[in-house]
Design a protein around this ligand. Sequence first.
Ligand code: AKG
Length: 247
Amino acid sequence: MTQEFDYTYDATGFYVCTDFIDQHERQRFCDELDSLQWEDANFSLTKRINSLHRRSPLFMSLAYGLLANPLIKRTMTYPSRLIESYALSRMPGGRLPLHGGSFEHLEHFGIPEATDISCAYMFRTGCMYSMRVKALIYLDDILSLEDGPLFYIEGSHKENYSFFRSFREGNEVLGFERLVRPVMVQQGSCIILNEALVHGAEIKKSHRPRRLIVFTFGPTFVSDWRELSKEEANVERIGYVVPDTED
Ligand SMILES: O=C(O)CCC(=O)C(=O)O
């Protein structure tokens, strides 16, 4: 299992664990999300619930379980921490533009400034070093393009060429269509995803539910961009924030 995981995650940037949760757990998670209440998200036609682990003991215990998961640990090698948790429910017509990537342009007030390598990925001396990893737990089947599957650009987690400016601009990535791959999943599956992989979700055309729970992890030395601010009285909390970097 370990060899297969290492090879697949390193070569493709993700790994699908089928039957990660059983039907009973899945139903408990769905009921818990409904009790927390879905809200409108930044992206149109997607409902969202933030900070699952802070708002629900059930999701707090899931967060602990994921943090201790040996596969997630392997992706980072360093001791890891939880960065965020949220749930998404995509409506018909909803999509998630491409984002992530090992190499994304940073802009400051619209001026190209540098490149963001905060999601970079390396494989060194038999160990994997991912700076940001997501556990995506799918609560519904996504078995056709109509269901709006996750899609990704093959090889982008190892790419040094930044073909991708900013998902905020909404530009399609032209010229790379042959490298775009959808990922179908059965309900109860968990995708362990390297954020260095450029990915998004296809437009959802079906009326079937499409819900997932997301937990993001990083090495313990990785902080959360949003917890720092330029206008902060406490010198230990002052930081450089790039608002359009994926949070
Ligand atoms: O909706 C999905 O399948 C993927 C979600 C995702 O990649 C994200 O929230 O960053």
